[in-house]
Design a binder for this molecule. Sequence first.
Ligand SMILES: Nc1ncnc2c1ncn2[C@@H]1O[C@H](COP(=O)(O)OP(=O)(O)OP(=O)(O)O)[C@@H](O)[C@H]1O
Ligand SMILES: [Mg+2]
Length: 434
Amino acid sequence: MADNSAGLLAAIDVGSSKIVCAVAESISPDRFKVVGLGVAKSAGIRNGTIDDIELLNEALIEAVEQAEKTAGATIREVSAGISGTHISSKNMTMLTLPDGEVNKSHIDELYSKLLASGKGQNSRYLAMVPISFTLDGTAGISNPLGLECKRIDGLFHVVMAQSSPCLNIKKALSRSGLTLFQSELLFNPLSSAMALLTPEEKGNGVALIDIGAQLTDIAVFIDGTIQYSAVIEGGGEQITNHISLKAEVDAERAEELKIKMGQVKFNPMQDANESDVLPVYPGFSQQESRTITKQALSSIIDEKVADMLEKVYYRIQDQGLHSQLQHGVVLTGGTSRLKGIDRMAREVFSSHMAGRDMNVRIGRPIIANDTLEFIAPEKYASTRLTGSLAGFSLPEFSAVMGSLYDQNIKISTPGLRSKKNMFGRLKDWIFGNF
Ligand SMILES: Nc1ncnc2c1ncn2[C@@H]1O[C@H](COP(=O)(O)OP(=O)(O)OP(=O)(O)O)[C@@H](O)[C@H]1O
Ligand SMILES: [Mg+2]
């Protein structure tokens, strides 16, 4: 078996419902071929925080072994994404006084000040992304290098995480025999954004909403850069629990119903109705011969999904960014596979937009079935897909494919491979990519 130090890319997403490990062969900075995939049911993690490292290790090893088997390679080094309600983000401004031409040392100074200002004992930075720079009062400068000025105010999007959940994920990886690529954890919504969002979407204003099992990740891009991100509690598991409560079935049966005939905004004119027999359990319903129709199930699901999407909308509105989503919304994550969820997102977001109809699409990583090559969103406009998509081009793999893409850029771009300090590398990469 080949070792992935021999040039393969590998990434892991430790989600609350599944752990996925993906392996790829790099072709060029924006091209790679997916050669291995392993998925295991998650265990030992809740809302992005580990509660049983032994269980998590077993699940990690299962996913990695499956990926190794399909790739025919040994995986040693992985990129890994993290999400969780312990993560928070804010935009911060830092000042420096160059008095002449702006060079890298001025930008380094801004980063050093950022690092010194916000970091607490129990938190660490996951990302510091430049939004824009103001030079001597002129706002909206994207790259100040080489320009003359006396004062730079740099505005940054800063993502902070609690230290312990990060250390625990790193510990779980190393106990499973894995090292973390460049010793950095990635922030999942940024990875999903890399896998899915086109430059046009980011330029025009878009909200990426990754709805998983227990968490919903939000990333808002305006004018080409990230302006807001958040992780909120709630996902597919909440929908399942709501079905369980309302239809009086256990969680396992509720999940089965959701996957089999779950739908959002059932439309009797368009959607074929069907029904399913519900079991009778002691402690749940005592009624005999119960059935549930797709339409009735849909109205249960609608309630919860509308509630979840409203919460996301209000988070974005609180930042005053709702009116700047000129492109609209991209939904991803496993829960975006719920049929009709895009209709509900359109309805929820449009209802606050004074008559403007919001554009909503489901985002999935695009992997061509014939070549197994990942198509970067920057190339959507110029790529003509001739065949079908690979079966694993699924919305729940957005984050892991984005992490692979990120690793691919870092290993195939000279300078980003070097062992500079974390933010030196991050900065180089960010300037090139956001
Ligand atoms: N076809 C489907 N229809 C409806 N829901 C689905 C479907 N497929 C998967 N899901 C739901 O998607 C959720 C899992 O999504 P995903 O794999 O993105 O989560 P995760 O990354 O493990 O968790 P999180 O991001 O919350 O930590 C589950 O709640 C599952 O029920
Ligand atoms: Mg997830």
